[in-house]
Design a protein around this ligand. Structure first.
Ligand code: COI
Length: 356
């Protein structure tokens, strides 16, 4: 398929102080778009100036949440090169997410090439201040104008770019977590292993309640027994217990995170034993009380690593530590070292953005 490119004639002002950009509210000059219709397949692939969409209000995305997305970043190295981190994994996960809700499949190589071209065109938007990057947000949704609940026919796929600072205000420092015992984020057999917008909408009420009580994030338990730890906020979660790292197994309701996968590999290569298994909240509390819970952290593309200082469950609070633990700090330094090109990439995780 041909990729058309239409450049903006009115480039926007770039943020004057990249350290105050926050996350996800500023967008670059261009976006990628392509459309799918039955019979024709994917067509009209183009990079165009960022603009509002004209979509019929009856489109299924607005009524039945027929939408999946991805999150990845472009990093500027000290040499001024721009690079992505494991984008092939994001392409595959987006296909898996689309398959789950029956949005049309796409050619991952074509989409990645289009993303590289888009980032290249807006490369001046990739910020250079420490800790800043260009967040890449692919999104695919159903455009069928039909209030009947039918199989999906037509779809649109967009890629937006947003220069970002730290995801969590305060940067890398331990946060307090509330273990949620009422709402659940996802259940096995549902959409928990995908990046469907609905998973994130389902998390809003608990997140709002936690925020009101002064907690940074919610720790999610499984939806069946309400005992087993699954994720923290919108991230995967890891615990260092008695020298080993334990992370919830991918049971179907846990997102197979790219950062999670990268942490597991880095930790194992460093000699840590990493267990992917069920971990109950009782086991976690017992480990803490026995002095064996050494560290805990969330991991995801947006926040990278977010150490957990304290968790509270049914009015009882457990303090892990007030400083970043050495393992979380090492993971953060190593991952960001590879992502920003400050250290070698022995894994082939980095994908350079070529200049056109
Ligand atoms: C990411 O970490 O990239 C995500 O998709 C989470 C999102 C809520 C920002």
């Amino acid at each position: 398929m041909e990729l058309k490119i239409q450049r903006t004639t009115a480039p926007a002002q770039k943020p004057s102080d990249p350290r105050t950009m926050g996350f996800g509210t500023i967008f670059t000059d261009h976006m990628f778009t392509m459309d799918y219709t039955p019979g024709q397949g994917w067509h009209d692939a183009a990079i165009v100036p960022l603009e509002d969409l004209k979509i019929h209000p009856g489109a299924a995305v607005f009524h039945y949440g027929a939408e999946v997305f991805e999150g990845m970043k472009a990093y500027r190295t000290a040499e001024g090169e721009i690079q992505l981190f494991r984008p092939w994994d994001n392409m595959q996960r987006m296909r898996d997410s689309a398959e789950r809700i029956q949005l049309p499949d796409f050619d991952p190589d074509f989409l990645l090439q289009a993303i590289l071209r888009l980032v290249d065109l807006d490369r001046d938007w990739v910020p250079e201040a420490p800790g800043t990057s260009l967040y890449i947000r692919p999104v695919e949704f159903c455009t069928d104008v039909d209030l009947g609940l039918h199989c999906i026919g037509s779809a649109k796929l967009l890629v937006l770019l947003s220069p970002v600072g730290a995801y969590l205000t305060g940067g890398l420092k331990p946060v307090d977590i509330l273990i949620e015992d009422t709402d659940v984020r996802a259940v096995r057999g549902g959409t928990g292993y995908t990046k469907c917008g609905g998973n994130y909408a389902a998390a809003n009420r608990a997140a709002a309640r936690a925020e009101e009580k002064g907690y940074a994030q919610v720790l999610w338990l499984d939806g069946v027994e309400r005992r087993y730890i699954e994720e923290v906020g919108s991230m995967n979660v890891m615990f260092k217990i008695d020298g080993k790292v334990v992370t919830p197994a991918l049971t179907g309701s846990v997102l197979p995170g790219v950062t999670r996968r990268s942490c597991i590999q880095l930790l194992r290569d460093k000699g840590y034993e990493v267990e992917e298994r069920l971990l109950s909240v009782e086991e976690l509390a017992a480990a803490l009380e026995a002095g064996k819970l050494e560290e805990a952290w969330g991991c995801g593309t947006a926040a990278v690593i977010s150490p957990i200082g304290k968790f509270c469950y049914q009015d009882k609070c457990y303090t892990i530590g007030e400083e970043n633990g050495p393992c979380a700090q090492w993971l953060y330094d190593t991952l960001t070292g590879i992502q920003w090109g400050r250290q070698a990439d022995p894994y082939g995780w980095v994908c350079k953005v070529p200049r056109a």
